[in-house]
Design a protein around this ligand. Structure first.
Ligand SMILES: *Cc1c(COP(=O)(O)O)cnc(C)c1O
Length: 375
């Protein structure tokens, strides 16, 4: 079965192999060396002051950031399931918040953020996704982050980059906390999350000193010495080290270029057979198609006839959309197989005759994006 869901993504053999090594103990120089490599690579890759690794899925890091950084009131951008998750965390901990809520195909806009900050001068923390995976949209998070900092540099900007890290270059200049997770572009099994921190975020974390398992102050203190407060996900960190080695060898810029080429080629191929992209501003991590009538049948045929697993929708979009992953290191022949299989599926369902146009458009866009024709 080909796994093409926007998380979890398939774990390639070179990473599985690294995680298969005999277990080592975490209070040892061997582990500390591996941890140091991951942490330093992460700090350099994010271009931030510190980076923390937690033994949790991405949501753990979201919770840790909200607890540690929000002292008064949160502003939460909610254009889907993951934005909504920040509101649920706030409710669970009785943290006051206001919310900018949009339909799942609609990105936040800067003016609404400015407006909310003016009306609520007690907001000290802003939370949003880089890519909201519920509908596959991209928020203008760079613009929002910069504007928040222009208004008041003491407001913490927290960006959930779980489906943007390793997908595209992220300018962290105006970001205080950046959240990542293992099972998306890093192609690891779930269970390891990441937080990149600015100097201002570190100050607030150390001043507040809240939480127990997710106490970022004690994690910072330990992780600066290349150890962790509690038992880390040793094998996942071994796999992460391998991912970093591999991508440092290929070059992050090259991985971004390939991901963008796959995403744009897929979008164009699917548009050519009359399919409709759901979000108004799509992210590069996944392609989301809305097909109210056939989304579920399309997914079923792909799974049963083509051994291809893609994601559906949740809540009110259940049965109405499907999402195809572009995160991680994916061979072009696998990506083109997906659009081919989809085009065939439309034929099987009697929606459109197969003529191979998806394959042709995908290849044209892919080669164009990769500039192969200019060499
Ligand atoms: C996958 C994902 C998460 C994390 O979810 P977990 O199940 O806790 O790993 C958070 N935000 C976004 C945007 C995601 O895509």
């Amino acid at each position: 079965m080909l796994l093409f869901t926007p998380g979890p993504t398939p774990t390639p053999e070179f990473i599985r192999h690294a995680m298969n090594a005999p277990s080592i103990h975490h209070r040892t120089p061997e582990f500390e060396k591996m941890f140091a490599f991951c942490k330093e690579s992460l700090i350099a890759f994010l271009d931030m002051n510190e980076a923390i690794m937690l033994a949790s899925s991405g949501t753990g890091a979201m919770e840790a950031c909200m607890l540690s950084l929000c002292a008064k009131k949160a502003l939460i951008i909610n254009s889907g399931k993951f934005g909504e998750r920040f509101t649920k965390i706030a409710k669970a901990f009785n943290i006051p918040f206001c919310e900018i809520k949009n339909e799942w195909d609609t990105s936040a806009n800067v003016d609404d953020v400015i407006d909310a900050l003016k009306k609520n001068p007690d907001i000290d923390c802003v939370f949003l996704q880089a890519c909201e995976s519920a509908g596959g949209l991209r928020h203008p998070f760079e613009e929002i982050a910069e504007e928040v900092k222009n208004i008041n540099k003491d407001i913490m900007v927290v960006i959930d980059c779980i489906t943007a890290l390793g997908v595209e270059f992220i300018d962290t200049h105006y970001i205080d906390a950046l959240i990542g997770g293992s099972q998306k572009a890093f192609m690891l099994p779930p269970g390891l999350s990441f937080i990149g921190l600015s100097e201002a975020a570190i100050e607030r974390i150390e001043h507040r000193n809240v939480g127990y398992y997710f106490n970022l102050k004690s994690e910072l203190k330990n992780q600066r010495k290349n150890t962790t407060a509690y038992t880390p996900t040793i094998n996942l960190i071994a796999g992460f080290a391998k991912y970093l080695e591999k991508v440092q060898f290929i070059g992050f810029a090259e991985v971004y270029r390939q991901t963008k080429a796959r995403a744009l080629a897929t979008q164009e191929a699917l548009k050519a057979v009359g399919l409709k992209i759901y979000p108004k501003i799509p992210c590069l991590a996944m392609t989301t198609i809305i097909h109210e009538q056939y989304a579920e049948s399309i997914r079923k045929v792909l799974k049963n006839d083509f051994a291809l697993n893609i994601a559906g929708g949740q809540d009110h979009l259940k049965g109405k959309i499907f999402r195809i992953n572009h995160m991680g290191l994916i061979e072009p022949h696998e990506a083109v197989w997906v659009v081919n299989a989809l085009e065939y599926t439309l034929d099987i369902l009697g929606i459109r005759r197969f003529d191979g146009i998806c394959n042709s458009i995908f290849m044209q866009y892919y080669y164009n994006c990769m500039n192969y024709n200019k060499e």
